[in-house]
Write a protein that binds this ligand. Structure first.
Ligand code: PRP
Ligand code: URA
Length: 365
């Protein structure tokens, strides 16, 4: 099991105890700090680091320690996909796993001694979620998360993130409708792509800058580091470009030409032109349809071959078959989609899907 650890200054010593215990017992750990009991640390900073590792499936579980454990649990629970529990004895250690399916353990460094901590730790790591009547309750919490716009399918490291935002869902229903005109279809694809990228970029790092307003100097925030590059898979991916560029006008745009051979269903490459500094940028490969996953997987392989390191796939409609293929071929890549559909039909079209995205965008049917 891979575990991320984090603490503030008040939890530092207990974190070190936990760290030694985990290492001694063969766990793989990711220590995200703090490294000192003297230097003051704000608990939300390390709580968010650890919680994000758990939510993104980069580790299996997280452990957080502050003075009481309360601040850590409140902070960690702000990250969707995290179910952090404040545990103070043997019984709550067992219950938090068996009934609540907790994936982050929060402990009070000023409340627990070494012996109590190790007992709690062992129980929390060993206890399995019981499911049954508790599953229904756990699912209500997950449903609440979905109402807050996203759900996370799979347990990483690459995840499938589905956006349930009401505006996205409303527009997806419209593009599914066979009576939607080419003009409307195009506009809707752009709008959905923009709304999705608004959500996807939520985690982009910021840096502080100073600006001078007409009234006074002030601190403000700007995107840190190199920006994004988007890589549409031709043809249908082109339909998503403008919606994204409206939000991120400085993003560079690469192009990959692929089509799916109607007989073999294998992707055939016919064009590839990518930004020169692709290895320094975060790459969004965009294609409305993820069906067998052949095209998306080949496109991701191509951008990897050209040096890209941080890649996500953004699609509008995904089939489970395509999701499995991309996660299997590229386990580190996150898939963002507006919908996860049921299955593929005999011609490898997504059911219910929306038909042929390229034809509907360009009116070629
Ligand atoms: C569509 C779609 C994807 C691919 C998905 O493109 O835009 O690229 O099919 O199918 P897969 O997951 O089974 O590979 P298509 O091959 O129809 O080409 P087009 O965009 O040029 O119409
Ligand atoms: N490509 C599409 O455009 N639609 C599908 O359903 C499958 C592949």
């Amino acid at each position: 099991m891979h575990i991320a650890l984090g603490a503030d200054h008040a939890g530092f010593e207990l974190k070190e105890t936990i760290r030694e215990y985990l290492l001694r017992n063969g766990y793989e750990i990711l220590d995200m700090g703090t490294d000192s009991a003297e230097e003051k640390t704000d608990y939300p900073d390390n709580a968010f680091l650890v919680a994000s590792e758990v939510a993104e499936g980069k580790v299996d579980r997280g452990i957080l320690v502050c003075g009481s454990g309360i601040g850590m649990s409140i902070s960690a629970n702000k990250v969707p996909g995290v179910y952090a529990s404040l545990v103070w004895d043997r019984e709550t250690a067992i219950l938090s796993r068996a009934h609540n399916n907790s994936n982050v353990l929060c402990l009070g460094g000023r409340k627990l001694d070494r012996e109590e901590t190790l007992e709690i730790l062992e129980l929390w790591l060993r206890t399995e979620f019981e499911g049954g009547r508790h599953l229904k309750r756990f699912e209500k919490i997950a449903a609440r998360e979905r109402a807050l716009c996203i759900s996370i399918e799979g347990d990483g490291p690459g995840e499938t993130i589905i956006f349930h935002h009401p505006l996205i869902q409303h527009k997806v229903s419209m593009i599914r409708d066979k009576n939607t005109s080419v003009k409307e279809f195009r506009e809707l694809v752009q709008e959905i792509s923009g709304l999705m990228v608004y959500e996807i970029t939520r985690r982009l790092p910021l840096e502080k800058i100073e600006v001078e307003t007409p009234i006074a100097k002030t601190e403000a925030y700007t995107l840190a580091g190199k920006k994004l590059a988007i890589v549409p898979v031709l043809r249908a991916g082109l339909g998503m470009v403008d919606g994204i560029l409206q939000l991120i006008p400085n993003a560079k745009v690469g192009h990959i030409g692929l089509y799916r051979d109607p007989q073999t269903l294998e992707p055939v490459e016919y064009y590839c032109k990518l930004p020169g500094d692709i290895e320094e940028r975060e790459i969004l490969v965009i294609d409305p349809m993820l069906a067998t996953g052949g095209s998306a997987s080949a496109a991701i392989s191509l951008v990897k071959k050209k040096g890209a390191r941080k890649i996500s796939l953004v699609c509008l409609i995904a089939a489970p078959e395509g999701v499995r293929k991309v996660h299997s071929d590229h386990p580190e890549v996150n898939i963002y989609s507006a919908a996860l559909d049921d299955h593929l039909n005999d011609h490898a079209y997504i059911v219910p899907g929306l038909g042929d995205a390229g034809d509907r965008l360009f009116g070629t049917k």
